[in-house]
Design a protein around this ligand. Sequence first.
Ligand code: NDP
Ligand code: 2IT
Length: 449
Amino acid sequence: MNAAENARLEQFMDGLQRRNPGEKEFHQAVFEVAATIIPYIEGHPKYEEARILERLTEPDRIIIFRVGWEDDEGNIRANRGYRVQHNNAIGPYKGGIRFHHNVTLSVLKFLAFEQTLKNSLTGLPMGGAKGGADFNPKGKSDREIMRFCQAFMTELYRHIGPNTDVPAGDIGVGGREISYMFGQQKRIVNKFTGVLTGKGLSFGGSQVRTEATGYGCVYMMEDMLKHVGESLTDKVAVISGSGNVAQYAAEKLISLGAKVVTLSDSGGYIYDKAGITMDKLDYIKDLKGKRRGRISEYAKEFDVEYFADKRPWEVPCDLALPCATQNEIDEKDAEKLIKNGLRALSEGANMPSTAAAMELLQKAGVLFAPSKAANAGGVAISGLEMAQNSMRIAWDRDELNRRLREIMTNIHAQCVEYGATDEGVDYVKGANIAGFLKVADAIIAYGVM
Ligand code: NDP
Ligand code: 2IT
């Protein structure tokens, strides 16, 4: 970046931080994008003249509401619900709902901003949004989850719709929660529409949606390796998380011949040196999906090591797939991964690497797929769930698998097109510019608003 570009970046970030005080995750996500977009804009002044960066970093609207509900003991509880409708320039607002005790406005603003560019990369007509609540689902009974989901939807329903805003799952929101929310929305509006994605297969859900994020994240890694003449076969992979994304990233890696040696949760990680098999993965799906247990139970069941309060990045590996949460790989973790010979990293979680970690990894020549490209498979199949709902048909598994593979290949190609450098492909730059252009051109076409 030259001096003028640097000065513009600083001036832009100063303004953003002044307008959004204290929102450090939002600042972080915008900085990563602005640092690659500003040099691009220098050669394409129409984006600067239309003040696209300023407009694209101001959400269209944010809805904040109280969620009152009653727990099993009859105590009245109050949580805060949100929906950040970030940008609908290229399609209805689209993005997940997160239930986690650390949900804040800053977290949801970063996620909604990222979602806007990610959805653009899929090539499907979807704008960007994110929502959620500071509700902690851990230890809650099924009926408590149901009452919370119904209370949450009793306010949210008035702000969403199949052509307005289509929520889906994210951390703490899976098939069970989507079903409760969909049921409540349907009951209030008395219409059966595709207003949520990630639904059950018997009521409008799509084949392959459950697997799509994890599978897509591995496809992205496969394409990065293929681009430099390498493959996944016999590579050792370290995965964090053990939820939806982690489980299906592991499944696809194993089926493509890699060896997965770790999974984690917020309590710590397991290290299975022999490699997690499909049978052991079935145990994990049952443990985390049905029994809602802790990953430490895997260590007891299969007699492997468990490291409490630690993250798996200290384990020697060729491939790393962070699939838990934001900022789970910091500078020190990146140093360890590089020292141990990491070859490629594909971000299943949203923004799992800190800015400093990302810089170190890229400088060390690690093939680095940023989340907005690497985890776009999930929302891509959500987009296809919307399409199937609109047509009132259901495609089969093979069709959706084929489309997912094609969409990921296309995202890889866009990163190569816009991210090619003398030292190889800069996937961060490529994903940011490619995602930005489509949205920016639509904003310009609409005139001043
Ligand atoms: P799940 O709720 O299914 O699983 C989340 C996993 O991450 C759990 O193992 C959880 O552990 C762990 N985790 C969550 N928060 C923390 C934390 N603060 N510290 C350590 N571990 C944590 O969520 P998903 O698998 O759906 O989502 C994982 C990531 O992937 C998120 O970043 C999400 O935004 C992203 N993503 C998800 C998509 C989807 O389709 N589901 C699509 C694209 C991205 P524990 O059980 O102990 O909380
Ligand atoms: O971060 C994400 O892309 C998701 N949680 C999925 C969003 C969606 O609408 O499927």
